[in-house]
Every structure is written in structure tokens, then in C-alpha cells.
Design a protein around this ligand. Sequence first.
Ligand code: GDG
Length: 483
Amino acid sequence: MSKTIIISNRLPVQLQISDGGLTATPSVGGLATGMKSVHSGGESLWIGWSGLTDEETPKALEADIDKALEKHGCAKVGLTEKDIEGFYFGFSNRTIWPLFHYFLEYSEFELEFWNIYKAVNQKFADAIIEKSEEGDTIWVHDYQLMLVPQMVREKRPNTSIGFFLHIPFPSYEIFRTLPWREELLGGLLGADLIGFHTYDYERHFLSSVRRLLGLEVSFNDVYLDHRTIKVDSFPMGIDYKKFKDAAVSNQKNTNEKRSDLQIKLDNHKASAPDTKLILSIDRLDYSKGIAKRINAYEYFLNKYPEYKEKVRLIILAVPSRSNVPQYQLLKKEIDELVGRINGELSTVNWTPIWYFYRSLPFENLIDLYTSSDIAWLTPLRDGMNLVAKEYIATRIDKTGVLILSEMAGSAYEMNEALLINPNNFEQQADTLKKAITMPREEQVARNMFLQNRLERYNVEVWANEFMNALNRKSEGENPNISQ
Ligand code: GDG
């Protein structure tokens, strides 16, 4: 029987080795949830890295690990420490990530990184070839694995292969600076269907294909060696019900069940009912515009001093890629900014910024979403930004204002949010004022539209639409995907 094979850098399972033995727990990220409908019932296999390098994997446990992963429908690709350094922290996150987010000056063009990236992509492709059969459908995810489609195609010319990019695809002018640009495009074009979050990323990709490879492109089809490759946009949704239900049960929580964070937030509200809570949640990443947001907040407090002691900015910055020097510098910059602003502006009754540098449990995330009057998300570039969607999904009484950067893919679907340019402090100060003073009826009217759209186009629909388009493509029909 033919099966679906999903490939991503990390498996949707967390392995833990302790004195008590081996545990494998499913992770609850957006991708894992979205793929649930695709990855079910023994007809699919998920291939990826387990999170443990070869050096960290005890030889004696090798078979147990494989068995534990198998139970979750997973198989691992073994990677060494050197692989992870060159492929993940190197080419993926010091070359591709900055370049595709328009941080050209951060992008490092190191031949050593590129060679390891190629070798590791080959390891993933070999694992797929070993574990798949002709007739299986293969779905490859994200920028760490852009060469995999062509590597698989070479050995399996008739296999149906899909690829989805979770980050932006940059404009041709940026992309063409990459020394290995033709090879990356060639890698992607091994797929039958290439998906992006937005129409703009799709157009950028097609423009690079036309101009760098000189291939014929008609509408959203690329013609290569008697094959047609379909390129389309599939904006990723969230597990709407999960966030909504979590917000409902959060509201029902009796006093004993409230988390410490929720108690603190409730006390804050009770002691200062006029104070608005403004929330931002991101991985600590330069693409998310956290430092600029803090500067814009200071600008707002200077422009509208009447809001001092009437607002509080909560920043949840989740540690990320801390081995990469740019991320260490950014952490230092944010620590200093928060320290300076809190030092300069705090009063005995008020701290302008609450800053958390950690990952919080899901329940606490819901505490923050449901308790905040405003979500303020200002990425300088973001493939989609799911936090914006999650905030709206948790607003069960439909109040709350979302201020969202135009540079996030999600802005294209969230027109009822207050859209801003993260580089424009004047506009953001005025937008914050507008959000603080927005009448309840207007909040409800805006969120009603947003919620309806998020509920309809949830993450399961996203995964199914991609798979259906891939299946239609391999059956030789015109996918004719409606957005
Ligand atoms: C990449 C692209 C694209 C955050 N803090 C905590 C926590 N989170 C969860 C959020 C959300 C996820 O992490 C972050 O997703 P984003 O989409 O906002 O951003 P990236 O991590 O950069 O994701 C992005 C995405 O891929 C999907 O294609 O949208 O553009 O960059 O789900 O809820 N979860 C928990 N604790 C935290 O402290 N439990």
C-alpha cells in the first residue's frame, strides 16, 4: 500500500534519556498538529532528526530509540555534531535564514557550511529512498532541506514530491546574491508542487527561476525536462479549536486551578483596572523586530506621556539558536534596552516593561493571550506569524486589538487588524493610542471577521489542501487551487 512520507529537520517527538531509561513524547508544535490528519494510522512515516546527535546517542539504546520512534510513526536521520554545526547552525541559520529575511549583512557565505548542508540533505534523501517505495507521496518541509526534492527525484523519477517553505522567499535582487543560488533552485525544482505562505513569495520564487535558470514559466507552472512543476500559495492556519477551547477552560478555572502567572495578571487588573496590557511573543530572533518594538514603545511613551502608568508591555522572548553569534548580540541588546527603559521610567507603582526570556508552558501562553488587551507584533520579516492568529483565536468575548506588522505573511489574511510598518515609530505610537482607545464594538466587529476566517482555514485544512493539490498534480489534473 502506498504511504505518505513527511520530512522535516526535527521529528515531532521529543526523546529523553535519563537513568530511568528512554522516553519519547510527541511535541505539540503547529506543524505536528497540522500534519495530524496526514500523519495518522500507519499509512505515513515522518523522517527527521531526533534532536540527539550521534555522539549523544548511546549505542546500547540505538535499537530502543528506533522502536520508540516507530511507535509514533517516525524514523530518524542520524546527524553528527559536525553536521549540526555546519548544516543547522551554519548554512541554515547563518546563511539562508538571514538572507531570506532580508538581513543580507548577516548572511555568511561559507563554502564549508554549504558542503555540509549538501551532505546532510543527501543523508535525508538517502533515508527517504531507503524507507520509501515507488508510488509513495513525499512532503518535504522548510529551508533546511531545499536540496532534498531533487536528490530524491534522481533515484525515484516517478514519485510524487511536494515541498513547503515556512519562511519568506526573498525578492530576486536578494536571492541572487547567494553563491549557490542555481543549485538551491534546482534542488527545489525536483518537487512536483512547491508551496509558499503568500502569493508574493510565490512570485519572487518564479521570478528567480525565470531570471537565474532561464526556464519557461507560465502563470504558476515551471517547465523543466518534460516535467511541469506547480507553484502555489497555501497560507498556514492554526489549530483554532485547540486555542479557543483552552481559552474557554482558562476562564472556567476556579481559584485553586489558576496558575501563578494568571493570579499575577488578575491582581494586576484588579489593582489597576484602567491599565492596558500590551503583549508580544516571539522567538528571540532579529527578524521579529523585538529591539525596534522596545524603541517604538519608548517613543510612544514620550509622544503620549499621559499613558505612563496606564500601559504595560509584556515581552515573552523565547530562547532560540543561542549558539549563533547574532542571537547572542541581540539578547544583550534587548537586556540592555529593557534595563535602561525600566530604569529611566519606572515609578513606585509602575514598571513599563515585563520581560520574560524563557519558554512558557502552553497554559501560561493562554494566560497571556487571554489577559492582554492588545497584541503588538512587529516582525521586520516573517513567513507567516502564527502568534497573531493564536491571539485572535483565544479572544472568546471577541475583545482585544491586534497590531500587526505588514511584513508578516499573516498580514495578508488579517486585514481587520491594525497593520503597521515596524520602521515607522510615529505611525506605531498613533496606532497604540488608537488600540488603547478603540471602542469595544469596533474590537468585536473586527475580531468577528478574523475569527471566522481562522476557524474556516485552520491548520488541518491547510495540510489537506496541500496534499490534495499534490495528489491532483500527480494524477495529471490541473490543481486549480482556490485561495
Ligand atoms: C516559522 C516562521 C511561520 C511561542 N512562545 C511559546 C510558544 N510559542 C509558539 C507559539 C507559535 C510558535 O511558537 C511560533 O510560531 P511563529 O509562526 O510565530 O514563528 P516561528 O517560530 O518563527 O515559525 C513563521 C511558522 O514557521 C509556520 O510556518 O509562521 O513565519 O518563522 O505557535 O504559540 N509555545 C509555548 N511556549 C512559549 O513560550 N508552549
